[in-house]
Design a protein around this ligand. Structure first.
Ligand code: FES
Length: 160
């Protein structure tokens, strides 16, 4: 993402009055690969007149923000107690086995990135995951593989 686009987004959010986290999320969402590049971090710091270190430390503190490119679909596995007690480990293992990646990695075909999150706000349907903006709950190892396959099918039909 170029300087002009970053400036435009920051201006839309109220320039220097904009909360830093909101700026980072908005720029990340508008960036292909849904991440913040080093150049973007530098530009944000320059435009907002804050230290690079502050932008970087905020970006690295929040699990919602990535400093490396993500795959086409972002899978977030909840790691909090209600999901843990409802069988999160089996779900997590099924995803890792099916995709051949671990938390923080992207599949070689660039389709999925796997991340963990503290709570998805969907404890009533534990164990839960989120793929992009959609929640999936009451999962079993079999049903989570079906969820992954539905995204693969979309991909193979060019529906993304
Ligand atoms: S504990 Fe898993 S969604 Fe809240």
């Amino acid at each position: 993402m170029g300087t002009a686009e970053i400036k435009f987004i920051i201006k839309q959010l109220g320039e220097k009055k904009a909360p830093l986290l909101q700026v980072l999320l908005a720029i990340q969402d508008a960036t292909p690969g849904k991440y913040l590049s080093e150049e973007a971090v530098n530009e944000i710091a320059r435009i907002l007149e804050v230290s690079r270190c502050r932008v970087y430390s905020t970006a690295s503190f929040y699990s919602e923000i990535s400093l490396k490119p993500r795959g086409l679909h972002l899978i977030r596995v909840c790691t909090n107690s209600p999901c843990e007690n409802a069988g999160k480990e089996e779900i997590h293992n099924a995803i890792e086995q099916e995709l051949g990646i671990t938390i923080g990695q992207t599949t070689p075909d660039g389709i999925f990135t796997l991340e963990s999150v503290n709570c998805l706000g969907a404890c009533f349907m534990s164990p839960a995951i989120k793929v992009d903006d959609t929640l999936y709950g009451n999962l079993t190892p079999e049903s989570v593989v079906s969820v992954l396959n539905s995204f693969r099918k979309e991909q193979s039909y060019g529906c993304i």
